[in-house]
Design a protein around this ligand. Structure first.
Ligand code: ADP
Ligand code: MG
Length: 320
């Protein structure tokens, strides 16, 4: 069995050209770019809570980094450096090799250098700290929404939640749709390029990790505002629209977690610029409603009539 140091050398020590000093010393050294602020975030994935203990290690490596990159996307930041802290039940190289490949492949895709971390024995726990840079004073904050802003979401909603239902045996999907939903669940694609292009266009932004209503709720709470959502405009993932009845589909799109899309607000007259930014980033976007001065969240049906939250089963989201 390898020592901790051999494991770190073999699986987690790579060239880190963007750092003054990377893995191997007591601390890494980085020199932030002048004029930029550091955006720093940490996210932990715990076996049994965030993933099933037998989850594929390559996927876990990808997802551990992806959920952190998604937080930087929501700030409009460019990811630069990551730290990886692992608690492992045993030094299992057959697990570590694909795990590190999944992590480092996504890191390379986004130009992120792994510059340090910690490795210890314990119940499986994957903790990543991500550092990125954003032009000083321009980050997309949760507290920056304004009354009248249009509300947008990227990509599609509900696919990851449907993938989880399939994985847990609560629902059975045909192979092609199962693969698409499981990919959404296991290999989320952080919307970095879109986040970067929203600087100067969007007011507030958040990534959807806990479901649209919960995460939009954070923007509303921090901005002291309300919202109206037009349910017919929600961009449902294709299998969600075709396989689920209306109320189950709405539930997946509004309350399903793990989609890692962006929800953002922007002045209504910037729609064309938002669509151009999204096209340049290669991600579809949908305008799903607007921010109101009056607090609270209203859901509108296809005819524009308010849909009582208790009828949809979402009353607990409305009480924030
Ligand atoms: P220390 O005893 O100073 O905490 P460690 O033995 O924990 O040092 O780590 C040695 C070096 O390896 C440090 O530079 C640390 O940042 C790095 N490191 C440890 N675990 C990981 C990991 N999982 N991924 C990347 N770097 C790691
Ligand atoms: Mg240590």
């Amino acid at each position: 069995m390898s020592s901790e140091f051999e494991l770190i050398a073999k699986f987690f020590t790579r060239a880190s050209p963007s750092a003054r000093l990377g893995v191997g010393d007591d601390a890494a050294l980085i020199a932030p770019t002048p004029g930029m602020e550091l955006a720093i975030s940490a996210d932990m994935l715990v076996a049994g809570t965030h993933f099933l203990p037998d989850a594929d290690p390559f996927d876990l490596g990808h997802k551990a980094l992806a959920v952190n990159l998604s937080d930087l996307a929501a700030m409009g930041a460019q990811p630069r450096w990551a730290l990886l802290s692992l608690a492992l039940p045993q030094a299992d190289e057959a697990w570590l090799a694909p795990f590190s490949r999944g992590f480092l492949a996504l890191a390379a895709e986004h130009g992120v250098d792994l510059i340090g971390g910690d490795t210890t024995r314990g119940p499986l726990n994957l903790s990543v700290t991500i550092l990125g840079e954003v032009e000083a004073g321009r980050a997309l904050r949760r507290d920056a929404a304004q009354a009248g802003d249009a509300i947008w979401v990227s990509g599609e909603l509900g696919g990851a939640a449907l993938g989880l239902q399939h994985l847990l045996g609560e629902r059975s999907l045909p192979p092609v749709e199962a693969a698409a939903c499981l990919a959404r669940l296991r290999r989320p694609q952080p919307r970095i390029a879109l986040g970067r292009r929203l600087l100067g266009l969007a007011h507030a932004c958040i990534d959807i990790s806990d479901g649209l209503l919960a995460d939009l709720g954070h923007i509303l709470e921090r901005s002291n505002l309300g919202a109206e959502i037009r349910l017919a405009e929600l961009p449902l993932a294709a299998p969600v629209a075709s396989r689920l009845g209306e109320s189950q589909a709405l539930r997946a799109a509004l309350a399903g977690g793990d989609d890692y899309e962006l929800c953002f607000t922007a002045p209504a007259d910037r729609a064309a610029a938002i669509r151009a930014a999204a096209a340049a980033a290669g991600v579809p976007v949908a305008c799903i409603g607007h921010i109101t001065a009056e607090a609270g969240l209203k859901l509108l049906d296809a005819e524009g009539r308010p849909m009582p939250l208790h009828e949809t089963g979402f009353d607990h989201f409305a009480r924030r």
